[in-house]
Design a protein around this ligand. Structure first.
Ligand SMILES: [Mg+2]
Length: 268
């Protein structure tokens, strides 16, 4: 693992990667210093840090604060750059066609739930793992109705219907073609099946791929960190070792940069 962030660009998943997974998406606990840790990393690499999640950006803002970090939501269905410019894929019309079928599915299995994300719909079955075979089969079985406009994305105890053109690998590819990412080595960090596309793209670009946790599932990631706490510690250390930027550069990175004296507070 590199000890300095110089020359690197970071693509970070959130759930299961930066924070522990909870029984429901709303139940997660965000360590209070995490937004500051990410802001310090972003300052260290001139803003080349992207949060890449299956959550909607509005949900990411709720967890990590409305910072000017680049955020890709809905597996790349939404992208917001550091200047606030937002791009969103519209929901495939076929998603409306599938919604009643999804509602019938979760009605059939107590403990399962739908999460409506706008351009994507997730079926969570963490509350009833026995539903998995039927959930997967039913969701995969409805895809032909969308005629290629909707894709299924599996995750941990969740399967999601999203625009077929969305994908975390595409996020990395796109951002690496533009400042401040271009010219750096991509570092893709995630924990789940949906992150494998990021790992593959980062590997192909000569970058690093880091998986958080291991359940024995085969992975494209070339490095492994045991848990979310070890990732946060590494990210904090990278932000800490970086040389401070010139005055003025910070304000481009975060909405309300804390004074330099307090910025280091709480850092390991
Ligand atoms: Mg994850």
């Amino acid at each position: 693992m590199p000890a300095s962030p110089a020359g690197l660009a970071f693509f970070l998943d959130v759930d299961g990667t930066l924070i522990d997974i909870a029984p429901t998406p709303d139940g997660v606990v965000v360590p209070p210093d995490l937004p500051e840790t990410l802001a310090a990393l972003a300052m260290a690499v001139e803003g080349a840090v992207a949060i890449v999640s299956g959550r909607a950006i509005i949900s990411l803002d709720g967890l990590l604060g409305p910072s000017t970090l680049v955020k890709a939501g809905l597996h790349g269905g939404e992208l917001r750059r550091s200047d606030g410019a937002m791009e969103a894929m519209s929901a495939p019309p076929a998603l409306e066609l599938l919604r009643p079928l999804l509602t019938a599915l979760v009605d059939r299995w107590p403990g399962t739930m739908l999460e409506d994300k706008g351009a994507a719909i997730a079926v969570h079955y963490r509350g009833n793992p026995a539903a998995e075979p039927d959930v997967l089969q039913t969701v995969e079985g409805m895809l032909p109705l969308a005629e290629g406009t909707v894709a299924a994305q599996r995750g941990k105890m969740v399967i999601e219907l999203k625009p077929a053109t969305a994908g975390k690998g595409n996020v990395v590819r796109r951002l690496m073609a533009e400042p401040p990412f271009a010219g750096r080595r991509p570092v893709a960090i995630g924990d789940d099946i949906t992150d494998e596309a990021m790992f593959a793209v980062a590997n192909a670009m000569g970058g690093l791929s880091i998986r958080v946790g291991s359940d024995g599932r085969p992975t494209e990631a070339r490095q492994v960190l045991p848990d979310t706490a070890s990732l946060r510690a590494w990210v904090a250390a990278l932000g800490h070792v970086a040389a401070p930027l010139a005055p003025g550069a910070e304000s481009a990175m975060v909405d309300h940069p804390p004074p330099a004296s307090s910025r280091r507070k709480g850092m390991p």
